[in-house]
Design a protein around this ligand. Structure first.
Ligand code: NAD
Length: 249
């Protein structure tokens, strides 16, 4: 287990699911973690939270500055906040497509823009010690049915990760992403609750996984923590799949 003592980390969408598991794991390993979320309370100790809507630039700037002040800087940014949409290109109207772009893609752009001056200061002290990890999805490349807008937004997250890695490598800031498969979080719980028989639907979902079970939020958090850690000091511009073997199937 990597010691992250002294690392100052900001996690967007950190009040639930993958983001909460990541913030908790970083804190368990010694990091100081701040959560930015639409609904940041209640959070388990010792996490601190700031309200932010990643679709709103003013709210992002205020929350990033407040988190930097709380933590005494920012070494690591986890861009994890995201929303989904079910449907084909005929099912989702332009407003739904714009909403996914605003949150899933421009959300990363806004938070990164606000955090980069802090990451640059951190990198000046510890080159390669500053990092951004984006939560992408296998939807970026797997060609999933009924996920047109979501897949397109995550495809953009993958391209953005590679472009940002190239832009900031010389500054000592690493940029990577994780591509989770189907992860057992409240997000998936909400989708299952809409089914006529949620338990049967969960069993069917498990059966579709090569491992016979969903990925856990803790397993994705462990991959994010690795990419954020000094152990990944030579890793930038990569996508780490945490998908139980689902990728490309
Ligand atoms: P979740 O719904 O449990 O948590 C998402 C969090 O993001 C919530 O706390 C929510 O309040 C926050 N959030 C949403 N919109 C926001 C906004 N505009 N500003 C700030 N915070 C906002 O979902 P999760 O399953 O943990 O998903 C987290 C990330 O993982 C998302 O980017 C999602 O696309 C990605 N992902 C999830 C799965 C999965 O199967 N659960 C698979 C692949 C990728």
């Amino acid at each position: 287990m990597t010691d992250l003592k002294g690392l100052k980390a900001v996690v967007t969408g950190g009040a639930s699911g993958i983001g909460l598991a990541t913030a908790r794991l970083l804190a368990e390993r010694g990091a100081d973690a701040a959560v930015l979320d639409l609904r940041p309370e209640p959070l388990p100790e010792p996490l601190c939270g700031h309200r932010a809507d990643v679709a709103d630039d003013a709210s992002v700037r205020a929350a990033v500055e407040a988190a930097a002040e709380d933590l005494g800087g920012i070494d690591v940014l986890i861009n994890n906040a995201g929303i989904g949409a079910v449907g084909t290109v005929e099912d989702n109207d332009d407003d739904e497509w714009r909403r996914l772009w605003e949150v899933n893609v421009l959300g990363i752009v806004r938070v990164s823009r606000a955090a980069l001056p802090h990451l640059r200061r951190a990198a000046a002290v510890h080159p390669g010690g500053a990092a951004i990890v984006n939560t992408c999805s296998i939807a970026a490349t797997a060609g999933l049915p009924q996920r047109a807008a979501y897949s397109a937004s995550k495809g953009a997250v993958l391209s953005l990760t590679l472009a940002m890695a190239a832009d900031h490598v010389a500054e000592g800031i690493r940029v990577n992403c994780v591509t989770p498969g189907t992860v057992d979080t409240p997000w998936v719980g909400r989708l299952l609750d809409r089914a006529a028989d949620p338990e049967a639907e969960r069993a069917a979902l498990n059966a579709r996984q090569p491992t016979g079970r969903l990925v856990t939020a803790g397993e994705v958090a462990a991959a994010i923590a690795y990419l954020a850690s000094p152990a990944a000091g030579a890793v930038t511009g990569t996508a780490l799949a945490v998908d139980g073997g689902m990728h490309g199937l």
